[in-house]
Ligand binder design. Structure first.
Ligand SMILES: C[S@@+](CC[C@H](N)C(=O)[O-])C[C@H]1O[C@@H](n2cnc3c(N)ncnc32)[C@H](O)[C@@H]1O
Length: 297
């Protein structure tokens, strides 16, 4: 179970979810028609070893990413990566040069996007997660494409002070991303996060958020029990909170931001990936998800 001050490395607890989505990006990149190519995702999986490495070599037949659910999860990650890569292209065109990756995990955008001169990328996550990324990519001889500042702090602590301490300037516009994050925070921490982003974002700032409508409480409890009964070593349903403080477009829309919501299902359909699925759990996951972009006016 989670606690208010729990911590992790890349293979344990919430940290392992960063590997899970990186492995999904690696599998997407291997398709003949990938929605997005993150060349570093495979490198992270190989460095982690075990099932993660086997997965990218076509093995690990028992891994959840090999199930029908996993197949759709890989589509989801491909679509999500594409959406937020496009978001950052628009951010660059808009002239924003301060980037904040909240819960950066193994997001490799600081290493693979063509950041214009003058850009700084701030990455916030727990220390051991950021350390794994830095060491693996340094060993692979892959330098960041913009100055990268690690802000090794928990997002339930005073991360705004740490971010400013790392050189972030609240007077200049910034662009933020919360991708694969909100489900790991209780509603109170989501509210503090939104408050802090709004306080630190100058006019002209951008925000990208991935969010999910919570499951009905009974269905969520049943999934949690099911995973426990199956003896899962790491249980997704014990890592997430199934809470939503407020939909991002509504919350930021009420504070002077102009927000645009794209249901993940619409995005997948446009990209030619399936939405109506045989597995109801996979379809429910897709239909609960939204991708949001907002600009502070
Ligand atoms: C599913 S991964 C997503 C990583 C990355 N945003 C991506 O999409 O590839 C979740 C990440 O959230 C980070 N995270 C979750 N809760 C956090 C917290 N309270 N403080 C700092 N990082 C947190 C984890 O360490 C992990 O890297």
């Amino acid at each position: 179970m989670r606690s208010d001050d729990d911590s992790w490395d890349i293979t344990t607890s919430v940290g392992s979810t960063a590997l899970f989505v990186a492995a999904s990006r690696a599998l997407e990149a291997k398709k003949p028609d990938p929605l997005a190519v993150d060349p570093y995702a495979e490198i992270f999986c190989r460095a982690a070893g075990g099932d993660w490495a086997d997965l990218v070599d076509g093995g690990a037949p028992e891994h959840v990413l090999r199930t029908e659910f996993g197949e759709q999860f890989v589509n989801f990650q491909g679509a999500r990566t594409r959406y937020f890569d496009d978001y950052f292209t628009r951010v660059m065109t808009a002239g924003v040069r301060q980037i904040v990756l909240l819960a950066a995990g193994l997001d490799s955008r600081a290493y693979r996007l063509p950041w214009p001169g003058g850009t700084t990328v701030f990455e916030i996550d727990q220390p051991r997660v950021l350390e794994f990324k830095r060491e693996v990519l340094a060993a692979a001889g892959a330098p960041p494409t913009a100055p990268r500042r690690e802000v090794a702090v928990d997002l339930r602590d005073d991360w705004p002070a740490a971010l400013v301490g790392a050189g972030f300037d609240p007077v200049r516009p910034s662009a933020w991303i919360a991708e694969g994050l909100l489900i790991y925070l209780p509603a109170t921490a989501q509210e503090s996060l939104f408050d802090a982003i709004d306080a630190l974002a100058a006019v002209g700032s951008w925000l990208g958020v991935e969010e999910a409508t919570p499951m009905p409480a009974e269905a969520f409890a049943a999934k949690r029990d099911e995973e426990r009964a199956a003896g899962a070593e790491q249980s997704f349903f014990t890592l997430v909170y199934n809470e939503q403080h407020a939909p991002a477009d509504v919350w930021f829309g009420a504070r002077g931001w102009s927000a645009d919501v794209t249901p993940l299902a619409d995005h997948l359909e446009r990209l030619g990936r399936p939405v109506a699925l045989a597995d109801p759990q996979s379809e429910a996951m897709i239909r609960a998800e939204s991708l949001v972009t907002a600009v502070k006016k």
